[in-house]
Structures are given as structure tokens and as C-alpha cells.
Design a protein around this ligand. Sequence first.
Ligand SMILES: *Cc1c(COP(=O)(O)O)cnc(C)c1O
Length: 230
Amino acid sequence: MRKEEIASRVAEVDERIAAACRAAGRDRDEVTLIAVTKTYPADDVRILAGLGLRDVGENRDQEAAPKARECADLPLTWHFVGQLQTNKVRSVVGYADVIHSVDRPRLARAISGEAVKRGREVCCLVQVALDDDPGRGGAVLADVPALADLIAGAPGLRLGGVMAVAPLGEDPAKAFARLRDVAVAVQEGHPRATMISAGMSDDLTEAIAHGATHVRVGTALLGRRKLFVR
Ligand SMILES: *Cc1c(COP(=O)(O)O)cnc(C)c1O
């Protein structure tokens, strides 16, 4: 039952992504679907993996760490997409392959230290506050270049690119157009930092139109969450 439900939702989301790519004149394989599995159990992650998904996202370490352990046998890339406290870095670096929410130097240095300790490389994205209000996470625009440089030069880190959440109440297309400008500026100094993580269940079409390489989709794949988790 649950498997059929998720399979049909995955097919719908895949079709939306394909349509957005066609409309934007982009290849379908330029966009990676990250299934955001927060509040949903490891069994759902297993179903997604069985359907061929390879990328999963979580936003709280308390929930993600045990789930990643339960799913350690699956061929998955784990993306950490939530606000991250430095005291959680030790745990998160234990399972996350990509951290989308790097928004301050102290956090980047903490991830670097932990990555070096574990002898691994963690891909980091600079989270950008597109409304220039760092309250909900994200670096203000003026701070992005220096943070990108710091990540690119930090041992154990690889600069993947940029990430953002469209500000509430703003036309997401306008917000994602700004993110693309930021991404292009970062790529001038770091040509391999090509990832643009943007777009969720409600705005993935606009994000793909403006260059998103990774969309982070929860609700459209797994259903409306019962708990409020930002
Ligand atoms: C929850 C979450 C998503 C997924 O949101 P949906 O609207 O459920 O698709 C994407 N990105 C981040 C950072 C999230 O916290």
C-alpha cells in the first residue's frame, strides 16, 4: 500500500521535473531529486531506495542520525538540509555526504575539523539568505564570497555550490533568479562549484527554470507532514 502510494508520487514528481526541464530547454539529467524524508520513517527511505532514488535529505540530526544508521546498507547519498548547530557537527559528519546549510565561518571550520578527524571529504553548499535576513538561516549576500573561499580552502571540505529556500511571500522565480546570479559569481572563482540546491514541492518548476541542479522534495513524495517541521 505505502509502496504503491510512494511509487505513484515519485512518478508524478519525476514528470513535473521532466516537464520543467523541457520548458527550460535543459536535459533531465541536469537535475537531481533529493527526497526529503524528515518526519517519515526509515521504512519509507527503504521504499524510496527500492524505487531507485539515491539521494535523501534530512533537517534535524536527532532524527537523521538513527535513520541513516538503520539505512546504512542502502546505496544512498545523505544530504543535511537544516539549520546546523556546531555542537551537532560531530554527529552529522558521521553520515552526511553533503551539507546544504553552511552559512557561517565557524560552522565551516567545525565541519572541516571533524571531516579531517574522520579522514573524509564533505561536500558543502553555502546557504544564501535571499531576503538578506539571516534569521531563518543563510548567509547574507555580502558574506557569500568570503564563505565560499573559506570552504574551498578548508581541509576535508569540497565547495559544491549554493543553496537557498525561497523567502515566504516573494515570487519564487524572482528569488531563484537572484540565487542563480549568486551561483554564477561563486563559480567565477570556483568553476567546479556547480550545484544549485533550490526548489521544494511547491516551487520546483520555478527553481529548475532558474538553474537548479538539485531539488529538495518532501511533501509531494511522502505526503503532508503531521508535525510542523520547518
Ligand atoms: C522540509 C524541507 C524541504 C522539503 O519541503 P517540501 O515543501 O515538503 O517539499 C526542502 N528543503 C528544506 C531545507 C526543508 O527543510
